[in-house]
Design a protein around this ligand. Structure first.
Ligand SMILES: [Zn+2]
Length: 71
């Protein structure tokens, strides 16, 4: 599977709802930031914080294409 925008191979990552933003991280053990998708104003104690989903992404030259499993 390659990126529809720039034709690079998509990489595996995790879509993660962090305290201040939605972000792409490498995996749930290390939680290394790949890039921030957008900030949000969700309260810290909201159950949505910590939500996560395995996705594929492209970060070639800040492409930031996301592919969710249901797409
Ligand atoms: Zn791309």
């Amino acid at each position: 599977m390659s990126c529809p925008n720039c034709n690079q191979n998509l990489l595996n990552g995790v879509f993660y709802c962090d305290v201040n933003d939605y972000r792409v991280i490498d995996n749930l053990n290390d939680r290394n930031l790949i890039f921030i998708i957008e900030t949000h104003e969700i309260e810290d104690d909201n159950e949505e914080i910590g939500d996560n989903q395995n996705i594929q992404y492209c970060n070639h030259q800040d492409c930031r294409y996301l592919k969710f499993p249901e797409d």
